[in-house]
Design a protein around this ligand. Structure first.
Ligand code: F6P
Length: 325
């Protein structure tokens, strides 16, 4: 391979820039040229000025920056056959023989379909704050996101304590509760509401009905946005119905969790996975996600990374119930 492309796609995550930097510098060390595609799959279809030559200097001074210098998108056009045909023509015209895609579920699904249609090989690096990909212990951005969430929870604890209030704090996590569970343990929250656990609202109702006995003066409950019974506002309303005198405040942390300078952990993880992804591509691998399992760089077929469910750690769930006493 003489020329490869790199792009970021889907929801951005802190550490994507560190990964781009590692991809570019690893490729250049192996005498392979790198093209950066701006705006993910949308840029692949737009072509022209969305394809930029990258060298070692183009990725200088970005390791500490949040977001992605290559920008991102959730492309509707790439989901169409016509869009993918234009993207293929643009890649061929630019002489691109392989792709490193940094993103999550949607990104890898697109890469898999694209390979089956046009035979351009891709290796993925898992970039999403949700940590919802099978085949890697952690995804790029997750560590930064939970640190952001915990910093916010610490601040909310101060005012919750002063006023003796109950707070429902909603964190991101469309389908999985990894952020919520980690933020609950590190933030010292009483309870957590997760997409993976059905009927956990029943335990919550019983906790607040008998709260007097705990002698707690304030409470923090973390709610994953994809929780079964709804987000933090829905949970607060549900409790109000059950206990009419119940008063609480709702905070939605939202996209604040996607921004900011990546933690050391995310920078190192992103660097390892960018390096691993280029090496895999140059070794002839394709349609696989490069992850880190037990501190070793691994490759997992896209199809497994997307479809297999990464379970929450049951010990952590157990721990919430013990530490909230
Ligand atoms: O990238 C993952 C994620 O942050 C989810 O946690 C969240 O549900 C979603 O993206 C939000 O997406 P958008 O930024 O497109 O609204």
């Amino acid at each position: 391979m003489k020329k490869i492309a790199v792009f970021t796609s889907g929801g951005d995550s802190p550490g994507m820039n560190a990964c781009i930097r590692a991809v570019v510098r690893t490729a250049i060390a192996k005498n392979v040229e790198v093209v950066g595609i701006m705006q993910g799959y949308n840029g692949m279809i737009k072509g022209g000025e969305h394809f930029i030559e990258l060298n070692s200097r183009s990725v200088g001074n970005i390791i500490q920056r949040g977001g992605t210098i290559l920008k991102s998108s959730r492309s509707k056009e790439f989901m169409t056959k016509e869009g993918r045909k234009i993207a293929y023509d643009n890649l061929v015209n630019a002489g691109i023989e392989g792709i490193v895609c940094i993103g999550g579920n949607g990104t890898f699904t697109g890469a898999e379909i694209f390979y089956n249609e046009y035979g351009i090989p891709s290796i993925g690096a898992p970039g999403t704050i949700d940590n919802d990909l099978y085949g890697t212990d952690l995804t790029i951005g997750f560590d930064t996101a939970i640190n952001t969430a915990v910093e916010a929870i610490d601040k909310i604890r101060d005012t919750a304590d002063s006023h003796g209030r109950v707070f429902f704090i909603e964190v991101m996590g469309r389908d999985t509760g990894f952020i919520a569970l980690a933020a609950t343990i590190a933030g010292g929250a009483e309870m957590v509401m997760l997409p993976e656990v059905k009927n956990d609202h029943l335990e919550l109702i019983s906790f607040f009905k008998n709260r007097e006995e705990t002698k707690k003066s304030f409470s923090i409950v973390v709610v994953a946005e994809g929780n079964f019974e709804g987000g933090a506002a829905a949970i607060s309303a549900l409790l109000n119905k059950e206990i009419p005198s119940f008063e609480s405040r709702v905070v939605i942390l939202g996209h604040i969790q996607r921004g900011g300078s990546p933690t050391t952990y995310d920078r190192v993880l992103a660097s390892k996975l960018g390096y691993g992804a280029v090496n895999a591509l140059l070794a002839g691998e394709k349609n696989k996600m490069c992850g880190l399992v037990n501190n070793k760089i691994t490759l997992t077929p896209f199809i497994d990374a997307i479809q297999k469910k990464k379970p929450l750690n049951p010990d952590l769930l157990d721990l919430v119930g013990i530490l909230n006493n």
